[in-house]
Design a protein around this ligand. Structure first.
Ligand code: MG
Length: 264
């Protein structure tokens, strides 16, 4: 009898796990192009890159919420835009030392694990747009950050929810090398759509001025079925132009304004 109960519980647990897994592989993302840059932080005065700003982007039903990943001296992956946190150089400081300081809303400095777990909670609409910041120490360390980030995303079964972006082309190549299913977008703006396609990069996520200078890249990217994304678009006029041009994503500090436009 005992064995039967154990077996039944195991089966139930397995079924529950596979349902969770299924929900993350059949995700139907929000049908708008709005990516909240560093989360939806601005309107409510949340700190950039906080879990509060991520949750707000999910609550708003943005199609994506962007955040920046860096690695501490003792190899912890954490979320912060600048190379410094409270005047401490992240790459040269341990996580223990850094986490003595809080974000302005009282949150602790989020680890990538905590951030991804928060982003996976009750969320099937908002992609997790994970920017891997290059290392100031070495190119090699940047690639280690990529490898470790991908490993964690895989461990949490979050591959289908995640988009990887970086200014460092080699970091994106490393992401693809360790996970061919990973979706990547390049940020730096100097590679043509043809080059991105050749190298297996899924999208061009360039400053909007790059597309203004090279308007033919928009058509080329569409021809190669690349994802088109632009950063960081905060004014109504540029938003209108990118919407008219059929961009898949628009990365903004003003997600509420852009959402309003897409509802018209
Ligand atoms: Mg960023």
């Amino acid at each position: 009898m005992k064995a039967f109960i154990f077996a039944s519980c195991g089966l139930l647990l397995l079924t529950a796990c596979s349902v969770t897994q299924k929900s993350k592989t059949n995700v139907k993302f929000a049908k708008n192009p709005v990516v909240a840059h560093r989360g939806a932080f601005k309107k409510n005065g949340f700190p950039e890159n906080s879990i509060a700003s991520l949750r707000e982007a999910i609550r708003l039903k943005c199609t994506g919420s962007e955040f920046d990943v860096r690695m501490t001296a003792d190899d912890s992956l954490i979320i912060n835009h600048d190379p410094h946190f409270n005047k401490l150089e992240i790459e040269k400081t341990t996580y223990g030392e850094l986490s003595q300081y809080r974000l302005s809303n009282g949150e602790k400095l989020p680890t990538l694990r905590e951030y991804l777990l928060a982003g996976l909670e009750a969320n099937d609409l908002t992609r997790l747009v994970l920017e891997i910041k290059p290392s100031g120490i070495s190119k090699e360390r940047g690639k280690q950050i990529a490898e470790r980030s991908v490993a964690l995303v895989k461990e949490l079964n979050a591959t289908s929810m995640t988009v990887y972006i970086s200014f460092d082309y080699d970091i994106l190549k490393k992401v693809i090398e360790v996970d061919s299913a990973a979706s990547t977008q390049y940020l730096n703006g100097e590679k043509s759509p043809e080059q991105l396609k050749t190298d297996g990069i899924a999208g061009a996520d360039y400053h909007f001025s790059v597309f203004k200078k090279n308007p033919d890249w928009i058509g080329q990217a569409k021809k190669y079925k690349l994802i088109l994304n632009a950063w960081t678009v905060n004014d109504a006029e540029t938003m209108d132009w990118l919407l008219k041009s059929g961009f898949d994503f628009i990365t903004t500090n003003e997600p509420e304004l852009l959402l309003e436009k897409t509802r018209k």
